[in-house]
Write a protein that binds this ligand. Structure first.
Ligand code: AMP
Ligand code: GLY
Length: 418
């Protein structure tokens, strides 16, 4: 029976392990390093490994047949190349292709070259030139560290003074280290955001159902951005026409570019879209599953996850048709008090079992301590419920999250309110 390795420790990885655990072909699921949720899944075992070298050795020793990578850092570092060099199956883009997420400058230039609709931009590796540019650009303007900055590298600047401070902080004070050595300054777009996760084998892009993330900590888009405080699938307001616009002006030219550049992209392309009055724009590519989008998207996917994954590795994605439940899924995130700023860890969590009667509970940041589960991260857990419509799914999800108890439990009441 197949042994699978999932790399990561969040709610996304718990959801991936949960979905793969339903597949009869899979006998064992290792999660590195995993969390208190993955540890409790029937076929799963947490393994405390983090470096590429350790993971390659482990996969060889245990004869792991398929590896999935949750977060972007290892992809950008080249984990896929390292696994392939040892003839190990791994689902994700190689180092060169992962630049679509790892370098915003590379991604924007790619979009421009292949006609993927995106915000107008300029990129800089010289702070003085960037400061000069800020004198003439329209405001608000968006400044992005080009490299990976754990989701914190995007700043919307209302005026020239804010923008100058941001350039100083990124390029001179290096608050994001080398990730901010190059920056992208781009046009500010308005509209609503849509996440589209897709499978890609380098020849075909196969979209999953659309989803909506909720990025700010506060209700009704207030307060600082987080990793995501909830998601719903499918996206409740994107029209068929807007979806077609995405296929024609974002997905199709992306695929042309991938082929023309010979990127051999195998894995998930997650398109972060802005639907504006002028059409659908691409804000960014991610080269991996989204968190918390994955939790609600997988709740509706009927096809075993291994089917598109194998098809990607075999270059046969064009033969796959994904089957979906005709329902709506809602994922609520319960976070620690203080997140995304400073927060306490080690707080006991109660009544997960009660909530599990009504919903799927995924652990995002919690570890087992003897018989208890204690918080260990900013985003602590996810409650995922499905229903015949959005109202039904929300009702169940909120009922379930209300049952769970931990000191400082913080969540948004407006997830999926349209
Ligand atoms: P990114 O990491 O590029 O997706 O940016 C993070 C978040 O910043 C996005 O989800 C948007 O909410 C916001 N953002 C990024 N680029 C723009 C833009 N050009 N105009 C308006 N908001 C943006
Ligand atoms: N939910 C956004 C992300 O995974 O980057």
């Amino acid at each position: 029976m197949l042994k699978v390795l999932i790399i990561g420790s969040g709610g996304r990885e718990h959801a991936l392990a949960w979905k793969l655990g339903q597949d009869k072909r899979i006998g064992k699921i290792y999660v590195a390093p995993g969390n208190a949720g993955t540890e409790q899944l029937e076929k799963a075992e947490n393994v405390n490994l983090t470096t590429v070298a350790e993971l390659v050795k482990f996969a060889k020793d245990k004869e792991v047949g398929m590896t999935l990578v949750g977060s972007e850092a290892l992809l950008v570092e080249g984990i896929v190349d390292a696994f392939r060099a040892e003839r190990l199956n791994i689902f994700g883009p190689n180092k060169n292709a992962a630049r679509l997420e790892g370098s915003k400058k590379f991604a924007k230039e790619f979009m421009q070259k292949y006609g993927v609709r995106t915000a107008a931009f300029a990129s800089f590796d010289d702070a003085e030139k960037a400061l000069e540019y800020l004198k003439t650009c329209p405001y608000p303007t968006v400044i992005k560290a080009s490299g990976l900055a754990a989701g914190k590298g995007v700043v919307i600047c209302q005026n020239q003074t804010d923008a100058e401070k941001t350039v100083q902080a990124m390029m001179k004070e290096k608050i994001f280290g080398e990730a901010g050595a190059e920056i992208v300054i781009e046009e500010f777009l308005t509209g609503f955001e849509v996440s589209v996760l897709t499978f890609c084998d380098g020849k075909t892009i196969l979209p999953m159902k659309t989803a909506k993330d909720h990025k700010t900590i506060g209700e009704y888009n207030t307060g600082p951005n987080t990793g995501g405080m909830g998601s719903i699938c499918p996206h409740p307001t994107m029209t068929d026409e807007q979806y077609q616009d995405f296929l024609d002006n974002i997905s199709a030219p992306t695929l042309r570019g991938i082929q023309a550049e010979n990127l051999q992209f195998t894995g998930v392309i997650f398109f972060g879209l802005m639907v504006s009055e002028r059409g659908v724009y691409l804000l960014e590519y991610n080269a991996r599953f989204g968190d918390p989008e994955t939790q609600s998207v997988l709740a509706l996917l009927e096809t075993p996850l291994l089917t598109p994954i194998y098809a990607c590795l075999d270059g046969k994605l064009d033969t796959v048709k994904l089957e979906w439940k005709d329902e709506v899924a809602v994922c609520l995130v319960a976070a620690s008090a203080g997140y995304p700023g400073k927060f306490q860890k080690g707080i006991p969590i109660y009544k997960i079992e009660q909530a599990s009667f009504f919903s799927q509970v995924f652990i995002a940041g919690a570890q087992r301590q003897d018989d208890e589960i204690h918080t260990s991260g900013g985003r602590v857990l996810n409650v995922v419920a499905t229903g015949k419509d959005l109202a039904a799914a929300r009702k169940t999800a909120y009922h379930a999250i209300d049952l769970i108890e931990f000191e400082g439990k913080t969540f948004r009441r407006d997830i999926g309110e349209v």
